[in-house]
Structure formats: structure tokens, C-alpha cells
Ligand binder design. Structure first.
Ligand code: NAP
Ligand code: GLV
Length: 313
């Protein structure tokens, strides 16, 4: 089997070494953008945000393993007919995302940033404890990451609400489903956490019209994709006092421009798309396992992480 590797913003050397060691019976090569004639026709690809030229030169590609959970950068391309797309299914990301969301929620709920500020100002003061039972954390997108985050929040006894496309039952979580339920879901949240895939339905879902359903003084965490958020709407709602603050990991433009208003806004905490990193060892184990299953005849649609292209995730 010919396997090609085409991952932007990724140093290929260590990946190719690890993949080659785990799949000695297969040819794994780095896709060469500069010399297209040198690229053999591949059966399978390992990709992250590949250029259109990659797919144009691989018209007979059968399966693409995405080196991340989100496939939005892949699905915006013209794909070969009958290509199956398989994404990373957790691979060590969900526990990282749980850590990320938990630290943002705890930091806001317990007002640790304010305590730190007071200390720097030479003060020794206390704030009235917030009521945990009134502090519902709402998770938009209750898939692999959202469910792990819900579990972590429940461990710290936060009331948890969830919003998904289709109705589902999660133990101890107040679930909402579908567009019609979004206003009621938002109205129930003290913090809303976006963990949705980016699709035409979810783009700009964090806009003023929707965010205004959050109670005054609520907090927003976006760790999914920058295009979920209308950045100017968030700034207006923060500056107008409807929202208390935000923790953001993802942005419309990445890297976040040096002069972007988010960088120095006192109510916004920014991280550089680092909430849940792709872990090489765990990802190689997962991709190699699925490649072997596929090579031995398991249909791609039966592999965990199979992406429904019509649905977009
Ligand atoms: P997933 O398992 O596919 O879960 C997606 C969830 O979103 C599902 O619960 C799905 O509902 C829900 N959903 C999709 N479209 C919806 C809609 N129109 N309305 C309501 N709910 C909708 O995905 P995941 O592995 O948890 O990953 C989620 C996203 O996190 C990725 O796509 C990626 O963009 C982002 N991510 C970010 C980082 C980071 O470091 N910042 C790292 C990894 C991933 P159903 O359950 O009804 O299908
Ligand atoms: C990271 O953002 C991912 O989608 O894995």
C-alpha cells in the first residue's frame, strides 16, 4: 500500500519515522509540493489542512486520515470522488480539553484572576462565594470532547447542560437538542463552552443574536474554531456589560494578529489554539490501528472517527 503524508504546520520527520517503524510493510512518503511528478499515486493519506493541489494530484486516493479532530480545513477542499475521511477520535485530546475548560471555568467561578490582581495591588480581600448550584456550565457539542468535559465538570459538582444536533441522554446532564432549543439552552447557562465542529450550520453561532439569550453576567469559552464566533459581537457584548468575560483558544485569523483587540482586552483570556494538542505517539497508534483494519478489509465507514461528509463532521 502507498501512503502519503501531507500535513501543513507539522514537522514531518518524527511522524514519518514513527509511522515507518509501525508500518514497515508499507511505503510511506512525504508529499512533495515542489516536484509533483515525484509523488506516487497513494491509496491512503495522512493529512492536516492539505492544499487543494494535494487532492488534485491524488485523484484515486481512497482514504484520508486527518491529523486532528476537526475536519473543516479538509472539507472546504474539492475531494476525490469516493474518498473516505477518518478523523482523530480522542487520541489523548479529550482529557486535555477537559483540563482546559475546567481551568477556565474554575478560574472564573472562584474569581482567582481578581484575587491575583488584588495581591499585586497590595490588598488582602475576600469575595462573596458564588453559588455553585446556580452556576450551570453549558456545553455546545456533546461529542467525544464535550462528553469528557461534562464528566470533568460534574466531578467538581457544577450543574452541566448540553446542546447537540440530535436528542441524546447523558447521565446528570440537562440536554437540549436542535436549533429551536438553543435560546432555552443559553438562558440556562452561567458559562457557555463551544466544542462544536465547524460546519455551515455552526459557523457564527456565537453571534449577538444568540449570545443575548445568555443571562447578563455570563461567560463564554470558545475552544472549537474561530469561525464559530463573531468577534465584533463578542467585543460589543463585553464592552456593553452583557457578558462578563471570555476565554478563547481559537480565532478567525490564526496566529491572532499582534494588534488584535482580544490580545489586551481585560475581560478576555487568550491561548494560541493549544487547548487540546495532537499527541504524536497516541495519534500514530490510532492511525496505524485503523490503517491496518482498513487494509485488511474493514470498510472505512466502520472505523471510529469516520466522517459523514454530508453532515460535515
Ligand atoms: P464530535 O465527537 O464529532 O462531536 C460533535 C458534537 O457537536 C456532537 O455532539 C454533535 O451533535 C454536535 N453538533 C454538530 N453539529 C451541530 C449542530 N448543528 N447543532 C448542534 N450540535 C451539533 O467532535 P469532537 O471530537 O468532540 O470535536 C469537536 C471540535 O472541537 C472539533 O471539530 C474541532 O473543531 C474542535 N477541536 C479543537 C481543539 C483545540 O485545541 N482548540 C482540539 C480538538 C478539537 P450530535 O451528537 O447530535 O451528532
Ligand atoms: C485541533 O484543533 C483539532 O481539530 O484537532
Amino acid at each position: 500500500m502507498n501512503i502519503t503524508f501531507c500535513c501543513t504546520h507539522t514537522n514531518p520527520k518524527a511522524w514519518l519515522q514513527a509511522l515507518g517503524a509501525a508500518l514497515p510493510e508499507h511505503d510511506i512518503t512525504l508529499w512533495d509540493a515542489e516536484a509533483p511528478h515525484r509523488n506516487a499515486a497513494a491509496d491512503a493519506a495522512i493529512v492536516w489542512a492539505p492544499p487543494q493541489a494535494f487532492f488534485d494530484q491524488q485523484p484515486t486516493l481512497k482514504v484520508a486520515f486527518n491529523l486532528g479532530a476537526g475536519v473543516d480545513a479538509l472539507l472546504e477542499k474539492r475531494l476525490p470522488p469516493d474518498l473516505a475521511v477518518i478523523r482523530l477520535d480522542d487520541a489523548g485530546m479529550s482529557v486535555q480539553m477537559a483540563e482546559y475548560v475546567l481551568q477556565a471555568v474554575v478560574r472564573y467561578f472562584r474569581e482567582f484572576a481578581a484575587y491575583e490582581q488584588d495581591m499585586r495591588a497590595g490588598e488582602w480581600s475576600f469575595r462573596r462565594p458564588r453559588q455553585r448550584q446556580d452556576f450551570t456550565v453549558g456545553i455546545m457539542g456533546c461529542g467525544v470532547l464535550g462528553q469528557r468535559v461534562a464528566m470533568a465538570l460534574q466531578h467538581f459538582e457544577y450543574p452541566v447542560a448540553g446542546w447537540s444536533r440530535r436528542p441524546k441522554v447523558l447521565s446528570g446532564v440537562q440536554m437540549y437538542a436542535g436549533d429551536a432549543a438553543l435560546p432555552d439552552f443559553f438562558a440556562a447557562c452561567a458559562v457557555v463552552v463551544c466544542l462544536l465542529p465547524l460546519t455551515p450550520e455552526t459557523q457564527h453561532i456565537l453571534c449577538a443574536r444568540n449570545l443575548k439569550h445568555l443571562p447578563v453576567g455570563s461567560y463564554v469559552v470558545n475552544a472549537a474554531r474561530g469561525a464559530h464566533l463573531v468577534e465584533s459581537d463578542l467585543l460589543a457584548l463585553l464592552d456593553g456589560g452583557h457578558l462578563a468575560g471570555a476565554t478563547l483558544d481559537v480565532y478567525t485569523t490564526e496566529p491572532l494578529p499582534e494588534d488584535h483587540a482580544f490580545r489586551r482586552h481585560e475581560k478576555i483570556t487568550c491561548t494560541p489554539h493549544a487547548a487540546a494538542r495532537t499527541l504524536r505517539d497516541a495519534s500514530v497508534v490510532q492511525i496505524v490501528g485503523k490503517l491496518k483494519q482498513w487494509a485488511s478489509g474493514t470498510p472505512a465507514h466502520q472505523l471510529p472517527g469516520y466522517v459523514d461528509l454530508a453532515r460535515g463532521y
